[in-house]
Ligand binder design. Sequence first.
Ligand code: 16G
Ligand code: ZN
Length: 527
Amino acid sequence: INLRTVYAFAREMYPKINAEHIQYGTAGFRGKAEFLDSVMFRMGVLATLRSRYREGAVIGVMITASHNPEPDNGVKLIDPKGEMLEPSWETIATDLVNVTDQDLEQMVATIIKDNKIDINSSSYVYVGMDNRYHSPRLLKAVADGVIALKGNVREYGIVTTPMMHYFVVAANTKEAYGKPTEEGYYEKLITAFEKIRNGQLETGNYRNNLIFDGANGVGARKMLQFIKRMSNSLNVNVINQGIGSGKINDECGADHVKVKQRPPISMPDLEPYSRCVSVDGDADRIVYFFNNDSGQFRLLDGDRIATLIAGYLMELIKSCNINLRLGLVQTAYANGASTDYIVNKLKVPVSCVATGVKHLHHKALEYDVGVYFEANGHGTVVFSDHAKLIIKESAQINQNAKTLLLIIDLINETVGDAISDMLLVEVILSHKGWDVKDWISTYEDLPNQQLKIKVQDRNVIETTDAERVCVRPKGLQDEINKVVSNYKCGRAFVRPSGTEDVVRVYAEASTEDDTLQLAYEIGLLVQ
Ligand code: 16G
Ligand code: ZN
């Protein structure tokens, strides 16, 4: 391969037009779509190098800006087992997109040499995108990056982020994980879901109807595909489907519902306590919500989903008479009441880690069965090989262990998957015969408040202990402690955002007024 081609390609078709330094962060590269062409081309190059480095294993590339507004886009690489890109390659990615067009050829050569990559070996890159109008253009740039290095590329078109993770794992796994196709994905989830439901559609207070807010994103399209393929196991009414004038994530979707604490636009008139869900623009986050009989909006966020799933799995495992270590992983944003409920009522051990999916995922792998969720609705469950083996053995004699095996099939273990999470929640609610009123009455959330504080340099704030303790600037934590001690059930922390140029403040206390006051006082300390 002549690296000159790469250089010529880049200069001719994907010149770097923005000199601003950008960094491969928790969400990969994100920004205004018009500046991303050269980034995409180079990520196609990098994915091909990564595939060759991993001896030809399939590497995934997902083009999306998730819950961001429509003008934004972004790109993330998926490693062979469906996990996020390895941290040392995040640094390589950052270096590669920041060099000038003139230095690109040299940079590629350096990456090849440093990592001892056989440039003539085979490679495979899978690429998919969300339904933003600039995504097809950016997908072509990624594909051209692959082709510049004479790699193989498979284009999936419009898919959810978790679908891309599924395709990569399915392609790289030798055992029967599922087919690396869109149909294979539907088939795996729907088969598991319908086997678990076993024709039982409504039990106790559980009703079979659901409003699904698709955020005008790809989740809406895929939900419609699910509905087409499901026998009547679930009646889903999809709103914000992304047709007409609706913009992705605009006044709708999981982020809007969680942050603004109100329903999305285009809601039909509903009976009180009707079950509704919102997913985000690329369908890797989900929250539930409803209105009660006084018309008050109530949210069932990631914490609620996590406690529901962990409690159910705990029960199921106990009923199989098998011994597996189950744990729940949260972040500092988890409502204190949820942690209290899961530790003291359900007796499930909880660990707390720093914000960002990769930290949660990593920690969850330490358990036999690790449930993890961020309060914003991103989460899943991971099962160790040991756990799978034990459950399989038990399934030969135990019906509940058989159900557990189906649950494993229903779960997208690689990453949070809004649709898979939703199907799991539906299974649990129907099993318990619960409506949303039953679900929300398991515990009472503490009032909580978040603030964004603009500062000169957010990185002067350094934290430890899963972001719950501030170690720098010196003395700040003592001041925070002093303020917090004046509030009943008070808890607060500050951390620099990983995605915006702000410091975030989180506060919770026993009353709404106290919470507002506490957040305000902590905000003053940071400013
Ligand atoms: C990213 C993270 C998300 C986290 C958020 C926090 C991934 C895939 N996404 O979107 O998990 O909640 O950042 O943003 O890891 P912040 O640092 O600005 O608060
Ligand atoms: Zn997302």
